[in-house]
Design a protein around this ligand. Structure first.
Ligand code: ADP
Ligand code: MG
Length: 682
């Protein structure tokens, strides 16, 4: 008989129309799909010695039925079956609830294997599972599958067992031998068999290792192919910047670059000069000196004869960047302009004209930069700051304003490396992982809400010294109205508290951008000493005189977000403080507050945040963009992820990859995924 692994599942015994329909809803149509339907966990049914098992733990024992089992019925449907098992030298009572049918199967002297929960005090077991026969005849690691409707775990096991029996020989290898041998991975057939019918923990570990690698390799292959093709099919410009001028500019800066900044500047300059388009993500903690790096990159591009653009998400930030870039770049002879929606009329027309005829070298702005009326004369470098705030679409529009400019995304939200190479797998990643010397650590404290009075005294003492403070109220997700109300309440309370002494300001998402601007300006000019705000100040705001950051309900924020907020202080010469008001209930919540008080390193925090919250929650609900893996776990299997990424990049550069039969499954996958045809990644 000519069996093909992609026969419909209905060829299997016991799979009728109804079952086939349910299986199809689970994504299982062919025998192959069924074989690839992997368990998500295993029940460990290894025998354990009663004396070693703790109270309430799961246990599996083998015993002899000692006497006739007894049944008790209560109500119409409820029942309890009691069995006495001789587990030498103990006599153990085992109870099964609501499984009356077991009684008929059991006779004194029968050997059975029972799993359940051990009550150490009463020396009894509440049974979950009973199998006729000795333990040696059962599967020690019982696979548990995702199930649906009338297709339960037992049915799935039966179908899979049959499928293996009849179709196992048709299972094809999907990894190249070279890599499989290199990493000592079991072949696909063996590994699949192990996943479904494991015999030992070690064997299971090896099988799992294979699927983790396979999933990552395929995924990274797609990402890396996409990156390669982008490079080859849309060549960028070679920006021959003036090295002499660039060196001179760098040495004229008011500080010496940190080693991390130097490394990143080199990476960016290599991209500028190369014939491909730069597509680079620059990560660096708040205050690590990304803006300086941006200034250097922009400078380089201008010396090569191009224009640069810096796009930021808010007007406040645009103005701040314009000011700092102006200080750095104007003395070096660059012409800088700012374009936001508040630049209007004649002034706007003049800027647009100067941009188009090439008089302006560097344009800084908000999304105003991507409007149709904005035309560059020779755009060479696009930098976007706080990259995650812009949609992919917005970034693309700006990029399309030039021939094919180099693009640099900057973000102050440290993304754990494993996520960075997953979510931004098609980009190059640069990291500034070092702070300029002499930066004072922000002292962070965790306080309960009932300590508010003491906290306010502390805040007052700082204000008396001439400093300023922030008080952040959390975003209430369900309702922007509640959110704003919350901030207003805190504002009222603090206005009262500091009445006649200090001015309190209020900032939230319901204010118009003109109103926000006004509040920020007053705070910047120290007309307001204490600013109550929702998280809208999270990004980029720079008021060096602010030394205290108080965060209400801090347990509601992610660690990375808390870190961002904390980064609003510690920007001047004075010692700064961050106070987290939180009464977390859970252990994880307490742990998170503790971590905040222990480290100022955004990368450490982001890794811990990922561990504690998992990848799904890391980016928030809305924009996760995370791929789903069946076996692999991005957090725990990060080493395999890095290995797969390197292997994928390496493979694509090799001639054999495109020719040798060994790589056919990988090539076929790339063809089917549309990447080679130039389709966008999803
Ligand atoms: P980021 O954009 O990463 O938050 P900035 O570029 O705004 O950081 O830098 C924060 C502050 O540190 C600025 O005042 C800047 O002038 C200063 N700075 C940047 N690089 C250095 C350095 N290498 N040494 C000392 N100070 C630096
Ligand atoms: Mg910045």
């Amino acid at each position: 008989m000519n069996k093909k692994i992609y026969d419909p599942v209905s060829v299997l015994k016991g799979v009728g129309v109804e079952t086939a329909t349910t299986l199809a809803e689970m994504g299982i149509c062919s025998v192959e799909d069924l074989l690839n339907h992997l368990p998500f966990r295993y029940d460990d049914l290894r025998l354990r010695d009663l004396a070693e098992v703790a109270h309430d733990e799961k246990i599996t024992i083998e015993g002899k039925v000692h006497s006739e089992p007894s049944m008790m019925y209560f109500g119409r449907k409820k029942s309890r079956l009691t069995i006495h098992l001789l587990v030498d030298p103990y006599l153990i009572k085992v109870t099964f609830f609501n499984r009356p049918y077991l009684k008929g199967k059991l006779n004194p002297q029968d050997i059975v294997t029972v799993s359940g929960k051990w009550d150490k005090h009463r020396q009894t077991i509440t049974g979950h599972d009973l199998k006729m026969g000795p333990h040696s005849e059962i599967t020690e690691f019982e696979p548990i599958y995702p199930t649906k409707g009338n297709v339960g775990v037992k049915a799935l096991r039966r179908f899979i067992s049959q499928a293996f029996h009849e179709y196992g020989e048709y299972i094809e290898e999907t990894l190249p031998d070279t890599l499989r041998v290199k990493y000592k991975l079991p072949n696909r057939k063996t590994a699949l068999h192990t996943m479904h019918f494991p015999q030992t923990p070690d064997e299971l570990k090896q099988a799992r290792r294979r699927f983790v690698y396979e999933e990552f390799l395929y995924f990274q292959l797609k990402m890396q192919a996409f990156r390669k093709i982008e490079r080859e099919q849309s060549p960028g410009m070679e920006q021959h910047y003036n090295l002499e001028k660039l060196k001179h500019f760098i040495s004229s800066l008011p500080f010496t670059l940190t080693n991390a900044q130097k490394k990143v500047v080199n990476e960016i300059c290599a991209d500028l000069k190369a014939p491909y388009k730069m597509n680079r993500l620059l990560q660096g903690d708040v205050g690590s000196g990304k803006t300086a790096v941006a200034a250097i990159a922009l400078f380089a591009s201008v010396t090569a004869g191009y224009q640069g653009a810096l796009m930021v998400p808010t007007e406040i930030l645009a103005e701040q960047h314009a000011t700092s870039l102006h200080e750095l770049l104007t003395p070096a002879g660059m012409k800088i302009a700012l374009l936001t929606s508040s630049v209007k009329g004649k002034k706007r027309r003049a800027i647009l004209e100067e941009l188009e005829n090439g008089e302006i070298d560097i344009m800084i702005g908000t999304h105003a930069l991507i409007q149709e009326e904005v035309n560059f004369s020779r755009l060479g470098l696009v930098i976007t700051d706080e990259q995650h705030r812009f949609g992919v679409g917005q970034r693309r529009i700006l990029r399309e304003k030039g021939e094919s400019p180099d693009v640099l995304f900057m973000t102050a939200t440290p993304i754990p490396r494993t996520l960075a190479i997953t979510v931004f797998g098609e980009m190059d990643v640069s990291v500034i992982d070092e702070m300029p010397l002499g930066r004072k650590e922000i002292e962070t404290y965790w306080a309960k809400h009932n300590m508010l009075d003491r906290i306010l005294n502390f805040v007052e003492a700082e204000l008396v010294k001439g400093r300023q403070a922030y008080v952040i109220c959390p975003l209430i997700e369900e309702s922007e109205k509640l959110d704003v109300q919350n901030a207003i309440d805190v504002f009222d309370m603090l206005s009262n508290h500091f009445q006649g002494k200090f001015n309190v300001g209020l900032m939230h998402g319901r204010l118009s951008s003109a109103e926000k601007e006004e509040v920020m300006k007053a705070y910047s000019d120290n007309q307001i000493q204490l600013l109550v705000s929702t998280t809208v100040v999270e990004v980029g705001v720079n008021v060096p005189n602010a030394t205290v950051m108080v965060i209400y309900d801090a347990e509601r924020f992610g660690l990375s977000q808390l870190h961002q907020l904390r980064g609003r202080v510690g920007r001047g010469q004075e010692q700064s403080y961050c106070i987290l008001l939180a009464d977390p209930k859970s252990e994880v919540g307490k742990e998170r507050m503790k971590i905040m008080t222990e480290t100022n390193d955004g990368f450490v925090l982001s890794e811990r945040d990922l561990e504690l919250r998992g990848p799904g929650d890391f980016f928030g609900k809305k924009q996760s963009g995370l791929p789903e893996f069946k076996v692999a776990d991005m957090v725990h299997d990060y080493r395999a992820l890095e290995t797969a990424r390197n292997d994928a990049a390496h493979l694509l550069e090799q001639k054999e990859f495109w020719e040798a039969a060994d790589y056919l499954p990988l090539r076929t996958y790339l063809e089917n995924s549309g990447v080679l045809a130039g389709e966008k990644l999803d």
